[in-house]
Design a protein around this ligand. Structure first.
Ligand SMILES: [Zn+2]
Ligand SMILES: [Zn+2]
Ligand SMILES: [Zn+2]
Length: 765
């Protein structure tokens, strides 16, 4: 052995498995004439190199400078050792270690190389709907446990044919150690059924289905993380039929466009939208719909935006090529239940809703909905963080001393497990009120614990005693410390954590609901906050939630609650839709509730204020899905920045109260004078943005803080968000908003986990 030979060991952590990392290392090492080996273990990747010091350092440069496109290196440790006389460079069998930091990659959209091969006549995998390689394909949704090897995925039953095997073992090949590698001869295959279960004998099930979809038929299509319901989005009758069968009367459907060019013809896209649409994550992107899009109005009734995505599996690409028009591709589930992901469930529950079922025989292990995002200020603004994002952790700039499980909220649930500097946020789980969703929660939690080998040492939960996530935390997590976290505090800290910032800051939570420490329902809150605690300095003035929880679905109730202090019993004579809809026999009960507050707990909810105004303007008196009234109010608005309605900030001691009653009164007059709804809605949005700014100015006077964090479900309203940021920045505030984590309750588990970790630290655990 030459005396110049040196030996180095690299330990690489991050997303380094299932993303073509070992072939990359193999190629780089061989090019530099280095000997040694690379292997996957449960912590990541280990590389041992022997050769000249210069070449080893060159290798390190390549490793850090140009890793494979899908890899995400979080940490590299290098150590020098005594040379052992390695003769060649090889890829060794994976090794399982006890402690783990290995990360499973999210599922990755079909890469350009695979797409080209699939569409090339005569290619070995021409037209094969499950083509993939180390740069693309299913990952998280097929992985049962780590290390990420074929035997630990739902590809285990498929024995590779000689051709696939040769590629799999050829370090020069793009499919070298691609775990889901397959072809028509050895891999999963699609099959088409009628809704009654009869198999359709055809050599081209995708082509067959494509023709039927063009003829107005509907289908259930098995995808990556669950089933989609599909039909031609330009065919109004087909969309109406699907809608009625899905029992989803008005909620917007997502669309899959054949390609970016077609997506451009449907929506007005920004560069940031285009980047997001074509990213390997491929979320549903919500963007303004073009007037002449050709998409049926029934796809997104009452909306002027459309949720669009591009094909992200080879099967989608083949189908979209066949139909060459935008398809409805909506989650295969009933209203708030979790997306269906097993063949038997699909056959039993969804088959009657469609004409055809396009199935395949690769099992989905982890259910995972499509992610949904918008863009704000040229950055992604994720609304539902799921496929393509999960289970990728967020990396924080500090470490937690304990592993903390945070159970999240009740609606749009996602949990989070914080360990060291990694926050593992689950895929979107949904509304925990359904027993099916609670089962999905448990399944997903066990999956995360398994694939990341996490065992929580403490649990954080929302203060709402009736949330299923709270009950789970208190009843099903064993004898570990349990930390209650206020809902809106969690929203604010979630932004801080994802942006890598720390408090104290001014936090504004504009939200639909959230259990308050005084027993009221909070949701329009101005506070100072850091990781450990918060102080409530202002809130939207309490208004009775007329009839309790029903008010969230019947916005007319909130309109009455806001009108009553202005009109008293004259309310019954106001010429408004939200008043005239009430029959005379219902008035005595309603007036009694308004007068005495019976069955009407006080709320400071900003979401309910938007509901009230939506009903007041006659836009939406009853909602059929969450936040429908507020969404339609936003859609109706023109952007107005130079006019606002009056409001008051009252009180002698903190918390002060922000009283929108003068604004309601001004709106009432304008409605009676028949001002256009679009203008009133626009002025109202501007007024709320000014309320937010004015409240922050009061907090700044008191605290000296000038950084503002905006969070809560109401900030899904992009018009309000834009106006609030603008007014705050004009006033000299630095504003932080979400990007990768949802501003709705899908984001609170991150805040809960961080607050939980901090409280534990201070409690001396
Ligand atoms: Zn590929
Ligand atoms: Zn094969
Ligand atoms: Zn919330």
């Amino acid at each position: 052995m030459s005396p110049d030979v040196r030996r180095a060991r690299f330990r690489v952590e991050g997303i380094v498995q299932g993303v073509g990392f070992r072939p990359f290392v193999y190629g780089a090492a061989r090019r530099l004439g280095l000997k040694g080996y690379v292997l996957n273990d449960s912590r990541g990747v280990e590389i041992v190199l022997e050769g000249s010091e210069d070449e080893i350092l060159n290798f390190e440069k390549t490793l850090t400078g140009s890793p494979p496109p899908r890899a995400r290196i979080l940490k590299i440790q290098k150590s020098w050792e005594e040379p052992e006389g390695e003769k060649e460079f090889s890829i060794r069998e994976s090794r399982s270690l006890d402690t783990t930091q290995a990360l499973i990659s999210p599922d990755i959209a079909t890469c350009p190389d695979c797409l080209r091969e699939m569409l090339t006549p005569g290619d070995y995998r021409e037209g094969y709907p499950f083509i993939n390689c180390t740069n693309c394909g299913p990952r998280f949704t097929i992985t049962l446990r780590i290390p990420y090897d074929r035997k630990n995925t739902t590809m285990a039953p498929f024995e590779m044919c000689p051709v696939c095997k040769a590629q799999y073992y050829d370090p020069e090949d793009r499919r070298f150690h691609a775990q889901p590698n397959a072809c028509r001869r050895c891999g999963p295959l699609p099959s088409l059924y009628k809704s009654d279960g009869t198999k359709i004998e055809t050599g081209d099930p995708i082509g067959f289905l494509g023709k039927e979809l063009l003829a107005g038929k509907s289908a259930l299509i098995k995808g990556l993380g669950g089933f989609h319901l599909a039909c031609d989005s330009t065919d109004t009758d087909a969309v109406i039929r699907l809608r009625s069968r899905k029992r989803r009367e008005e909620k917007p459907f997502a669309i899959m466009a054949p390609d970016l060019e077609r997506a451009e013809s449907l929506c007005d896209l920004t560069d940031a939208d285009r980047d997001l649409l074509t990213s390997f994550i491929r979320p549903v992107v919500i963007a303004p719909m073009k007037k002449d899009s050709g998409v049926s109005k029934e796809v997104a009734p009452g909306q002027n935006t459309l949720g669009i995505m591009l094909p992200y599996t080879p099967l989608h690409h083949l189908l979209m090529k066949k139909v060459n028009r935008p398809l409805v591709m909506t989650s295969g589930n009933f209203s708030d239940e979790p997306i269906i992901y097993r063949d038997d469930e699909a056959r039993e529950q969804l088959a009657p809703a469609v004409d055809y079922l396009l199935l395949h025989n690769r099992e989905i292990y982890a259910r995972c909905d499509d992610s949904v995002a918008r863009t704000f200020s040229d950055r992604p603004y994720v609304i539902r963080r799921s496929r393509g994002y999960a289970p990728d952790p967020l990396v924080l700039p500090w470490k937690s001393q304990k592993t903390v499980l945070a159970c999240g909220g009740e609606l749009k649930n996602a949990f989070c497990i914080l360990k060291d500097d990694r926050a593992y946020i689950s895929q979107h789980i949904g509304d925990l009120k359904n027993p099916e969703t609670m089962d999905a929660f448990r399944h997903s939690l066990n999956h995360f614990k398994e694939i990341f080998r996490l065992s929580p040492e403490a649990v954080a939960y929302d203060l709402h005693p009736d949330y299923r996530s709270t009950r789970f935390a208190l009843e099903e997590t064993g004898d570990i410390p349990k930390i209650g976290v206020q809902h809106h505090h969690a929203h604010i800290v979630s932004v801080l954590a994802e942006r890598g910032e720390e408090g104290p800051v001014i936090g504004v939570s504009a939200d639909g609901t959230g259990y308050g420490e005084d027993g009221a329902i909070w949701g329009g809150e101005w506070m100072t906050a850091d990781f450990k605690s918060y102080k409530r300095l202002l809130h939207l003035k309490y208004t009775p939630l007329l009839g309790g929880d029903r008010a969230a679905w019947e916005p007319w109730r909130m309109a009455l609650a806001y009108l009553y202090p202005l009109s008293g019993e004259l309310l019954v004579d106001l010429p408004l839709g939200c008043v005239s809809k009430i029959t005379s026999d219902n008035w005595p009960v309603l007036l009694k509730m308004l007068k005495t507050g019976v069955s009407s707990p006080p709320t400071s909810s900003m979401g309910r204020l938007f509901d009230a105004v939506s009903a007041l303007l006659g836009i939406r008196l009853e909602s059929h899905y969450e936040a429908q009234a507020a969404m339609e109010l936003e859609q109706a608005a023109e952007k107005i920045t130079d006019r606002s309605y009056p409001f008051k900030i009252t009180g002698d001691a903190f918390p002060l109260q922000v009283d929108p009653t003068p604004a309601i009164e001004a709106m009432l007059w304008e409605i009676l004078k028949k001002k256009p709804v679009s203008e009133i809605s626009g002025v109202f949005h501007n007024t709320v943005a000014l309320m937010i700014k004015e409240g922050c100015a009061r907090v700044r006077e008191e605290s000296g803080l000038d950084r503002v964090v905006l969070s809560g479900g109401v900030f899904q309203n992009m018009l309000l968000l834009g106006l609030a940021v603008r007014h705050l920045e004009d006033e000299g505030f630095k504003v932080l908003v979400h990007s990768q984590v949802p501003t709705n309750d899908g984001g609170i588990s991150l805040g809960q986990a961080v607050i939980g970790a901090e409280k534990l630290k201070h409690a001396g655990f």
